[in-house]
Design a protein around this ligand. Sequence first.
Ligand code: IPD
Ligand code: CA
Ligand code: CA
Ligand code: CA
Length: 265
Amino acid sequence: MNRRHPYYPHLEAALEAAHLAMGIHRYYLEKGFTQGTKSGPTDLVTQADKEAEEAIKDLLLARFPEAGFFGEEGGSEGSGTFRFIVDPLDGTVNYAHGFPFYGVSIALEAEGAIQMGLVMDTAREEAFFALRGEGAYLNGRPIRVTERGELLGSLLATGFPYDVAQDPENLTYFHRALKRGLLVRRPGAAALDLAYVAAGRLEGFWEVKLNPWDVAAGWLLVEEAGGRVTDLEGRPYRLGHRYIVATNGRIHEALLHTLRGLEEV
Ligand code: IPD
Ligand code: CA
Ligand code: CA
Ligand code: CA
């Protein structure tokens, strides 16, 4: 990792903030937490989500007072030339059930692109991070996407929005993938799903209707690990797109074709 990279100090601060979030996730898991709902009965938010966001925001804005902050739990502030995009607890439903697949996601957007991305699995203490142009790392070791070129036999993941019953579009794609005999998981934490593509634990991931805080860090991780991230038509991904498809690159076209219901390539 290049310590002279202009955004290295932001990565260092993000790592510190992620460790604070990990402490908060662990504390409330042990002690018990209050929880409420957001858009509907399955869309949970816990004390850990809120306190982790506060702690991350306080640390990052103390280090970089000129930065903007955009967090899932409403902690948006400032509008400088760069901003942190934060999901303080990705995988809240998993967390609330003690299902150990959740974490924290912190990205830095500057100069019109994501420059730094960090996704930390706070149950396993695995920190996946990347700086633009410097590759991707897991706990300090370089990671790469897999070399697998066959879609059939690749391991894939997806997820569903909380209002999937009202907005069932991804059920169509899920159905098409399963009908082709593809291996699909639904782990429940989009930021980690992307980190797993970067680390070569999955060949691909797609989802519909994610928010910038779910994907900003993982998007950079996948690209820095040698993968490809697009929308459903194969256009380069942009924050705010309704669709995200992230793969090792080799299976990308075949996965897009399957999801869109086209003939196999
Ligand atoms: C959710 C998770 C889940 C995805 C949902 C997201 P949250 O984020 O990433 O995997 O399927 O669409 O909203 O609410 O646990 O931070
Ligand atoms: Ca949430
Ligand atoms: Ca999330
Ligand atoms: Ca969240």
